[in-house]
Design a protein around this ligand. Structure first.
Ligand code: C2E
Ligand code: CA
Ligand code: CA
Length: 782
């Protein structure tokens, strides 16, 4: 695993926990913020309402107080204005102002509680006053006489002022004088009012931009806005909320009352609330974080463990105890990973078995075999190692004739027999189909041959499968490390070369020696050359006579192929025919042999030699549907009758696919061609199948014939085969007749024909003609 993905995973490790915590935190914060907003808004609205009503109340209180004072002032002035003495003093004031002044001073001091007064005559000229005169117009005086609060400035000081008329004759409309008195406004707007209303109170005249009075130390008219609603203003570095309302007038325009409240005080409780809510938010946040961490740990803890486990599994370290969790999902995941691990272990085992063991026999396979050799060489490079390859002879035929199931069982029995081998603790493997490998370690040079022999000995006893008893031979090739090769490939190659050489020479075992090498190299190159060799005339047909035992006459010959290779010399058909069958080149060989045969028969006919000829065809030719057409063409071309031609097919070729073979044989039989089953007795065909076989003759395999004169078993076998064939109306040919005794025994057994070196080996056409000439003249005696 790359370091990058590791770090990615590490950074993801905290993510779930953090995300979960963050999620809870955001959720809680959201709830708190919404709550806070709602609470704050309703609190604010409530406080604003409260403030409004406070303003209203306070305004009403102040207004009441001022109006009452104004009315009280009027009610104090009126009796004095109506007082007769006062009227007298006023009427004589021009002459005696002192008396009026003294009386008025007395009133002001003792009854009115005012700060200023004027007594004016009808023309509004002052008669007496408490201080300097002030110009008062007719409109002003009439206004001051009306109900309500009226303000007036005199000498830079503002007063709450009222005026009452003096009529010398009460009921007359004539006003003779005025008494005007006022209370200093700043006296009214003092600390008491602040205490009473819990507000700062100011009075100002908007038109003239004059502050009439204020409980503020210093305030400008500009600070205030006279529109409706609550406004705010910064006064003396503090924010105040205020409302304005008209309260009385001055110079015929209204005077505004300002009720101002420190904003901090007004919304004190809301600010407190916000602070508390903030505290709650922070507390909730902390609690949410803790809760989130606890909850997420509960989930992520086992998850992190599971991640570690999965990582270990990926490294191939398996875990016994999986963490359990209260969370069902995590528990399920834990179980799933446990199952996954189990699955991986099982599959690994299976893969390992598949990779290193052979499924059928349970033996180690080629891969393990190679590894075993390599390991041995690595660990003990100085120790001798004997490597053998063992191939079951004619296994393909056995497989083809008795079926793959029995073939498989045979391989299992062979592997069991190999495993029973007790000396030198060998290592066994199945290398391929019917090829086994054996390694003997710690063996000396002197052990090589005895070990090879003892392996071969394992095959002495036949193998019993169901009711079948199979006598099996094997070929064993042996190579020695380090003498023959130093790598497993080299050793196996040497052992294989030895094994093939013993197959060719029909030995049971062979020990590798460099001179054997030429076979294997040759085998490879031969196949690429075969087709060309056919065209270049490197191949020839030789003819071996088949003698009719009843007449001693030669009526047919078997055509046997010969390859004289320009480099390798004579190459046996036993060597290249199986290879040609494997590569598919056999078709060209067969076609060539058929054509060559027909040509020779034609030539012989011209020379007066009338003979039939047998051509060998292989299993592959049999299923080639072009073959009958080709033969028919040849027969026409060389003007031959079909009965001169015999086709030899081996028993095993027929039995490998009996249905197709029977079909092909039937076609050839209808064409009038003679059919012969070659190597009969080796192919395990049953009586029932033999009955169905559309053939004319059986060629008894030479293994039963070569030793016939001496071997009683062979005699019984051949006798039985001959009578079996005659019961089925089939002719018999015995091949491999090497002596006169055999020939006479075959005559006794009523065998139809004989073929063998005793009569003649296969000869080139001219040589055969000479032999035939001699034979016809002198018989075999010569
Ligand atoms: P086969 O058809 O069984 O041919 C008989 C073999 O036995 C021949 O070997 C022959 O030379 C040999 N033989 C004959 N009489 C005696 C005897 O008295 N003693 C001994 N020891 N051997 C005897 P050859 O010619 O080497 O052929 C080997 C095999 O090659 C043949 O066996 C046949 O299966 C195959 N073969 C040969 N020519 C052809 C061919 O043209 N086409 C095909 N498909 N196969 C061929
Ligand atoms: Ca033959
Ligand atoms: Ca034969």
């Amino acid at each position: 695993m790359s370091s990058q993905t590791m770090s990615n995973r590490k950074s993801q490790k905290g993510t779930l926990q953090k995300r979960l915590a963050l999620f809870l935190l955001i959720l809680l914060t959201g709830i708190v913020v919404i709550t806070l907003t709602v609470v704050w808004r309703s609190t604010f609205n409530h406080l604003t309402e409260q403030l409004n009503s406070q303003f209203k109340t306070a305004t009403a209180v102040v207004e009441d107080r001022i109006f009452n004072l104004a009315e009280f002032l009027e009610s104090n002035l009126e009796p004095v204005a109506k007082d007769f003495t006062t009227k007298q003093l006023i009427s004589s004031a021009r002459k005696d102002p002192t008396s009026l002044s003294a009386a008025m001073d007395n009133y002001q001091e003792n009854r009115w509680g005012t700060d200023v007064y004027w007594v004016l005559d009808a023309e509004l000229q002052p008669l007496v006053s408490s201080q300097g005169t002030a110009p008062i117009s007719q409109e002003i005086i009439l206004n001051l006489a009306n109900d309500g609060a009226h303000w007036y400035q005199s000498g830079g000081v503002f007063y709450l002022m009222r005026a009452v008329p003096v009529r010398f004759v009460e009921l007359s409309g004539q006003i003779n004088a005025w008494i005007v008195a006022g209370i200093r406004a700043d006296k009214l707007f003092d600390g008491k009012l602040v205490a009473l209303t819990d507000m700062q109170v100011s009075l100002f005249h908007f038109d003239s931009k004059k502050v009439i009075a204020s409980t503020f130390d210093d305030v400008k008219v500009d600070s205030f806005d006279v529109s409706n609603n609550i406004k705010d203003a910064k006064i003396n570095d503090r924010v105040y909320l205020y409302v304005t309302s008209p309260l009385g007038d001055w110079i015929e325009s209204p005077v505004m009352l300002v009720m101002a409240k420190n904003e901090a005080k007004a919304y004190l409780s809301s600010q407190m609330l916000i602070k508390e809510l903030f505290a709650i938010l922070i507390l909730a946040g902390v609690l949410a974080w803790i809760a989130a961490v606890i909850v997420s740990r509960g989930i992520t803890g086992p998850l992190i463990k599971l991640i570690d486990i999965a990582r270990n599994i990926s490294k191939g370290t398996y875990i016994e105890n999986f963490p359990s969790s209260n969370a069902r999902e995590v528990q399920t995941l834990s179980l799933a990973i446990s199952d996954m691990q189990h699955g991986i272990v099982e599959r690994e085992k299976a893969i390992n078995e598949l990779a290193f063991f052979d499924e059928l026999t349970g033996l180690p396979n080629r891969l393990q075999f190679n590894q075993h050799i390599e390991n041995h060489i690595d660990e003990m490079p100085d120790c001798r190692l004997i490597v053998a390859t063992l191939d079951i002879d004619r296994f393909k035929e056995i497989n083809d004739t008795v079926g793959h199931e029995i073939g498989d069982q045979l391989l299992q029995l062979v592997s069991r027999r190999l495993a029973s081998f007790s000396d030198n603790r060998p290592f066994f493997a199945r290398l391929s189909g019917d090829e086994f490998g054996i390694v003997f370690s710690q063996a000396g040079q002197e052990h090589v041959e005895p070990l090879a022999k003892s392996v071969v000995c394992l095959f002495e006893q036949p193998f019993a499968i169901n009711d079948l008893v199979l006598d099996i031979d094997c070929s064993v090739g042996v190579a020695v490390y380090p003498d023959n090769a130093k790598t497993h490939q080299g050793l196996l190659q040497c052992a294989d070369i030895a094994m093939y050489s013993c197959k060719e020479q029909h030995y049971r075992y062979a020990i590798y020696e460099p001179s054997l090498n030429r076979y294997s190299v040759m085998r490879l190159s031969l196949m690429s050359e075969l087709k060309g060799a056919l065209g270049e005339g490197q191949l020839q047909l030789h003819y071996q006579p088949k003698v009719s035992l009843a007449t001693d006459r030669v009526e047919t010959v078997e055509c046997l192929i010969r390859w004289i290779h320009p480099e390798h010399g004579f190459v046996s058909p036993d060597e290249f025919i199986p290879l040609a069958e494997q590569t598919g080149a056999i078709r060209y060989v067969t076609n060539w042999a058929l054509k060559q045969t027909c040509k020779t028969l034609c030539e012989w006919r011209e020379k007066g030699i009338i003979l039939g000829a047998a051509v060998n065809i292989s299993a592959m030719d049999l299923v080639d549907m072009r073959l009958p057409t080709y033969i028919a063409q040849l027969l026409t071309e060389y003007n031959l009758s079909p009965d001169v031609l015999t086709l030899e097919v081996t028993e095993s070729a027929v039995m490998s696919d009996p249905d197709s073979a029977f079909k092909a044989l039937n076609i050839l039989k209808t064409m009038g061609i003679t059919l012969s089953i070659d190597d009969f007795g080796t192919g395990y065909s049953s009586m029932a199948q033999l009955k169905k076989m559309p053939v004319h003759e059986l060629k008894i395999d030479k293994t039963f014939v070569l030793d016939l004169a001496k071997n009683k078993d062979d005699q019984i076998m051949v006798k039985t085969l001959v009578s079996l064939a005659s019961n089925l109306s089939l002719k018999t040919v015995a091949e491999g007749v090497e002596d006169a005794e055999t020939l006479s025994l075959l005559k006794q057994f009523n065998c139809t024909k004989a073929q063998g070196f005793y009569m003649s080996k296969a000869l080139p056409a001219e040589d055969f003609e000479i032999w035939l000439e001699t034979y016809m003249n002198q018989g075999l005696a010569s």
